[in-house]
Design a binder for this molecule. Sequence first.
Ligand SMILES: O=C(CO)[C@H](O)[C@H](O)COP(=O)(O)O
Length: 285
Amino acid sequence: MPLPHVGEVLTTPVPRPVSMPGPTEPTTPLTMSKLSPIEQSKRLAAYIAVDKHIFPEHKIIGIGSGSTVPYVVERIVQQGKELNKDRVFIPTGFQSKELIISSNLNLGDVDQFPTIDVTIDGADEVDLELNCIKGGGACHLREKVLAEAAKTFILVADYRKNVEYLGTAFTPGVPIEVVPFAYAKVLQNLHHVLGSRTAALRMAKAKAGPVVSDNGNFIIDAPFSREEMMNPYSVMARIKMLTGVVEVGLFCHMAQAAYFGNQDGSVTVKRMEGSQVVEEHITAP
Ligand SMILES: O=C(CO)[C@H](O)[C@H](O)COP(=O)(O)O
């Protein structure tokens, strides 16, 4: 699939259910769709990330969680059955597992494929150095395993997630997965040892009681000060030392690039070049 160039008009088939045959799909500019502006920007970021990073030689692909990732899968499906028949897709949780199955893609797991060619995932926020907060959907344990297993780890998000420092717009705090029997002790340590005074157990919305992750664990959301979040690695390391913590939703120095769909139809790309993060803009009118 040819890659879009800066300034190129990116066109795409009109989305349809993946199981529906559609040999003669009309081509419509990407930004002329009925999606809301936010959804359009998520889709733009996802499509460009797939075009730039998922190549025919990539056979083992990690699929993240959240509301941006369905557009990643939509674009991968558009690469065609021939390319996808020899690929295996590894999910980061229940949602992406269902997405892979309903898109008629081959499902695998990271215990069969501990090395992944490319993982593409969403993010709750990404900072200047490509560190990110993940776990707004409580999937960050598996997400981190798939990010670490990947030769290339790519983030996709809308413009609201593109920030200077973590914790700017995403205010609930750092998502922390904990084993259920240890949650009260971990909370106490967060409050009194690490100084996250308002750290709280994440409660379910349509169920009485706490959110339970795909791994059967609880989630704590722990806010930290701006000053502390300027060094997310240190925050992550201190939380991870607490007994009972399974994983922390701070992904530091893991992503090679992040794609942010903007309201004006452009995409901001932040990518690692050596040890520097460089930023560029791709226009897809
Ligand atoms: O970390 C995650 C789930 O645990 C998601 O990737 C994150 O919440 C982003 O989701 P969205 O694409 O809906 O903004």
